[in-house]
Design a binder for this molecule. Sequence first.
Ligand SMILES: [Zn+2]
Length: 398
Amino acid sequence: MLILEALNALAGDCLLLRYPGPDGNERLWLIDGGPKTNNKKGITVWKDVLLPRLRQLSPKVPLPIALGMVSHIDDDHINGIQKITQALTAATPAKPAAVKFQRFWFNAFDQLVGPKPQGLSAETEAASVQSLVSTQNLPNVDDELAQAVMESVSQGNALAADLRTLKLDGNVPIRGLIQAKPGQPAIDIEGAKVTILGPRRDRLEKLRQDWQAALKHPDKASRQAALQELFLPASQQDKSVPNLSSIVLLVRVAKRSLLLTGDAHGDDIVAAWKELGLPRQAKLDVLKMPHHGSIRNGTQQFLGFFQANHYVISADGLHDNPDPPMVEALVKMHGQRAIVLHFTNEDITWSKAYKIEKNGKKVKKLRDLLAELKSAYGGSWTTNMRKSTEHSVIINLP
Ligand SMILES: [Zn+2]
């Protein structure tokens, strides 16, 4: 049996995967740890959702985790895991941490951007990176999201340092950057076969070139502007550095397949699938929708390319995720099949009304959208909502 749980990670991601290992005993993975505390909701994902859920699953302390992973450095994915690695570095035999990672996958920021340009002093490089994470140095960035993106760089560096202290660095057994490479064999993680679809090598190459070019700007102001553009591109498509560097995994285990996408761009995932020569009938049991169901990542090409039985959307309405046109496109393209749409949060109201493409009706709530889509399109699709009394929405594959 294979079980994927999408925890209530608010606007972020926090996933648990359970499956029988080669000896028949259950293995557990933890992928992403949700965002910082949401004061309005009074919820801290790692403390109020993740740890209590782990306790429900097993009384064992520390609980072994076969694979821990952070898909990318954004706060809504890294925060909870960083709290756990902090606890691990402070743990003693008498006071163990809640979990014990047997291996960990994470692409540290300095590995992603590669070595600094030749001739640039270490001080200038450090100052430039520092300028990304210091609010005073960001006169052009006053928006909370932008600040969070910048802060994520320092969170990533702190996580990387913890992993080194815990001897969990190096992405065992890969021993290097996690990246999609044609010809790279699937990696066995205690009985699960893992194929890496992201980040793509050409994306990383471009990121390195852009990073070096930005650092080579002659003066501080233009250097900072170039670095900011890398993190907060002006275009509509989601092409920010952290999201494009998301780790994307195809996991095949217990005769099932799951695609875990982080906040990657849908078109990149399709391109990687083709580059790696994976089956052209791209059938999956479970598809974790990229970037909280944002339409900027869930392109038409992406939605049409993959045929999943279960679609998982981790979002709470922040930034209007999941995007209503993405939900309609899913129903329109796949709703005649008996698919299930799984949501971590049902109570979602968008900032403005969405006009349904099929019947022109306007809706402002996820609940209303789903009811209207059912009557407009019919079909065999169903939904599975996390119950407010539970920590997760559960996708159970016998
Ligand atoms: Zn995210």
